[in-house]
Design a protein around this ligand. Structure first.
Ligand SMILES: C[S@@+](CC[C@H](N)C(=O)[O-])C[C@H]1O[C@@H](n2cnc3c(N)ncnc32)[C@H](O)[C@@H]1O
Length: 231
């Protein structure tokens, strides 16, 4: 696993592909994928999920938000680490939200789940200590990536922590097969393509931006952590 300091001024827009799916199609696509999504995630994302949990370093009693919870697997783990805290999840796809609701009812009933977009979070400024978001920026159009991250910054309290995991650009040739296929119109990664969040966080004035890279089944992931500056 490589750990590196983020380069704050990288021209990230030219380095990543544009999203093919228009934003209005994403919720429907994910409602259709919802019944099989966990099978995909188990083989491509389980390592990253474990690392996100470590880096989130949840302190019981926190105000915690996960954006784009999907089937809710990671939110339940976060909530179990955050006993006595507030645990909230948002998701835009009805199918994914239904899976998450079932999981939460069975295993973490105090978790709050809402249907909402990352681009317009229904929370007051500075509401959360910790915000987690996984494999969602890699679905957004290039111009929406800074919009979503600015919205994350708005709802974090000063000093609040952000932990992101995204499909990213493969660092080895074999790991670039997914973006190669995406660019040629083959949909094999649940419509994700590689993105780079660290330079965007730098542009938005997040502090302590740091990035790790890992791959699982040749699927390349970046895990990016940052803080919102204290006032
Ligand atoms: C690849 S899945 C990842 C789900 C979950 N975070 C995980 O890691 O298992 C992407 C999720 O992002 C959701 N999503 C996409 N765009 C969104 C948006 N603008 N706001 C909230 N959720 C969104 C999709 O509906 C889908 O559930």
């Amino acid at each position: 696993m490589a750990v590196e300091l983020a380069e704050p001024r990288r021209d990230w827009r030219e380095e990543i592909l544009e999203a093919k799916d228009p934003p209005e199609r994403v919720p429907g696509t994910y409602s259709r994928l919802a019944p099989v999504y966990e099978a995909w995630a188990r083989v491509t994302e389980s390592k990253a999920r474990r690392r996100v949990l470590e880096l989130a370093d949840v302190h019981p009693g926190e105000q915690l938000l996960e954006v784009a919870v999907g089937t809710g697997v990671q939110l339940v783990r976060l909530a179990h680490a955050n006993r006595g805290g507030r645990n909230v999840g948002v998701e835009i796809s009805d199918g994914m939200l239904a899976q998450a609701r079932r999981r939460v009812e069975e295993t973490a009933p105090s978790v709050e789940l809402l249907k909402a977009s990352a681009l317009e979070l229904p929370f007051a400024d500075e509401s959360f200590d910790l915000l987690v978001n996984a494999y969602m920026l890699d679905l957004l159009r290039r111009d929406d990536i800074p919009r979503a991250l600015a919205e994350f910054k708005r709802v974090l309290r000063p000093g609040g922590r952000l932990v992101l995991s995204n499909m990213t650009k493969g660092e080895r040739r074999r790991q670039r097969i997914w973006d190669w296929a995406y660019a040629r119109g083959f949909v094999v990664t649940a419509n994700c393509r590689g993105v780079l969040a660290a330079p965007v966080l730098g542009e938005l004035g997040f502090a302590d931006v740091s990035r790790e890279y890992l791959s699982q089944m040749l699927f390349p992931t970046e895990i990016v952590t940052a803080h919102k500056e204290e006032r």
